[in-house]
Design a protein around this ligand. Sequence first.
Ligand code: ADP
Ligand code: MG
Length: 254
Amino acid sequence: MVEPKVRIRSVRKCFGSVEVLKGISLDVPEGGVVCVVGPSGSGKSTLLRCVNRLETIDSGRIWVDGDLIGYAEQGDRIHHLRPAQLCRQRQDIGMVFQRFHLFPHRTALENVMEGPVVVKGVARGQARKRALELLERVDLADRADHYPAQLSGGQQQRVAIARSLAMDPKLMLFDEPTSALDPELVQEVLSVMRDLAASGMTMMVVTHEMGFAREVGDNLIFIDGGVIVEQGHPRDVLANPRHERFRAFLGQVL
Ligand code: ADP
Ligand code: MG
């Protein structure tokens, strides 16, 4: 059996006394695109944040590319990774948020170069060349010297995607990447994500863009109240939603 790129097993996560994830299990195969949908507050962001260890989990296990996230196993003993080891693990997992979080006083090019130069110690010349290629890939070669404030929201989000890709991630996480954008800017970001999926990137995408999910997703997960209520191929589950809660949700977003 081929090892999935992401393996999530029985993950539980509480904030105080509130259990937000109540036993989530999910596999994402290499090159697979899973779209995660669900009502506000259902635990979608928390799930993504657990995968790149921005949140610790209370029980369960998550592996990315065979690496147990947040822990090391030695024989039958298991212990927390040290901060430096966590950092290294996180470098392999790109994340794009609803808000773009670019460095405001750096150009698009400098934003994309920053991670490789500062975190990985890549030579500036080499990082610059790669950053220009990535800006080309997100169709922003002509905006390399612009500052974030001089770019539209869609352009800023594409810079944020290029910046994540500059770290050569094994997995990309997207948390409602188009939700903060004006409607006319949504498609240019989805188009970059579509190309990325076609290039074979493994992706977990929280989105309300059902057209994207139907066209690009290999799997669609509906989360409600911290559990996976329904999942399957997007075309199947969208055409035949079985659970009442999922039907009600679709009625609101479609
Ligand atoms: P979604 O992304 O599906 O809207 P979230 O994963 O952001 O949902 O949040 C799920 C629940 O967990 C919500 O009730 C939210 O208020 C709560 N929550 C999220 N992050 C924290 C936190 N850092 N501290 C306390 N509660 C949190
Ligand atoms: Mg969220």
